[in-house]
Ligand binder design. Structure first.
Ligand code: DX5
Ligand code: ZN
Length: 208
């Protein structure tokens, strides 16, 4: 499978977000946008009005780390999200929100925290084509990769050979290679890309 790269703008300069995006967008497949509400995770970022201001040639992969994601599906559709991922731990009925996301013309994705068994997704997998495996506790960039994500990726790849399996947190050329070998085909990387002197070179190294 082709390896796709999604730089996380959490590590970009929010004061010149579109300029920072323009330095990477030619080499990547998606722009990963982290939305945090200060409740589901102990950090706050931004909401749909800011996402709407993001200008990119590449599709926006929006990672909601919020409670009640169902309430905001419509807002993020209008803000231009192409992929909308929510956390399994944040909802009671994932099928409802998957349906709402599809009804709003977006691709639904589901994300799991490091402490959540991946097997909980077995029932909903046929409804999905994007799973986002967290390899750090969601909330902050710059943390170390947790290898437990690799077993989850392998399990998912066996169950669902054709879906996009994205991995998010602590991705570098070394951990990215482990994730590719385990079966992930989308690598989300924030600090590794935006803190690099040569962003293009780092992105190419992630592709393997
Ligand atoms: C963390 C976010 C990640 C974060 C990754 O909650 O979901 O997307 O930006 O940052 P790095 O790549 O620095 O671990
Ligand atoms: Zn993320």
């Amino acid at each position: 499978m082709k390896i796709k790269i999604a730089p996380s703008i959490l590590s970009a300069d929010f004061g010149k977000l579109n300029e920072d995006i323009s330095t990477v967008e030619d080499y990547v497949d998606y722009i990963h946008v982290d939305v945090m509400d200060g409740h589901f995770v102990p950090n706050l970022t931004f909401g749909a009005p800011v996402v709407k201001c993001i200008k990119s040639k590449k599709p926006l992969d929006v990672h909601l780390m919020i409670e009640n994601p169902l309430e905001y599906v419509d807002d993020f559709a209008k803000a231009g999200a192409e992929i909308l991922s929510f956390h399994y731990e944040a909802v009671k009925n994932p099928i409802n929100i998957i349906k709402a996301i599809k009804d709003n013309g977006m691709r639904p994705g589901i994300s799991v925290k490091p402490g959540t068994d991946i097997q909980v997704l077995e029932e909903v997998l046929p409804e999905l084509d994007w799973v986002l495996v967290m390899s750090v506790e969601p909330g902050f960039g710059g943390q170390s990769f947790m290898p437990l994500a690799l077993e989850k990726i392998k399990w998912l790849r066996e169950k669902a050979p054709n879906i996009d399996i994205a991995v998010d947190g602590g991705i570098t050329d070394e951990t990215g290679k482990l994730c590719r070998e385990a079966g992930a085909n989308v690598l989300v990387a924030g600090s590794y890309i935006f803190k690099a002197k040569d962003r293009k070179a780092v992105i190419e190294s992630l592709k393997g």
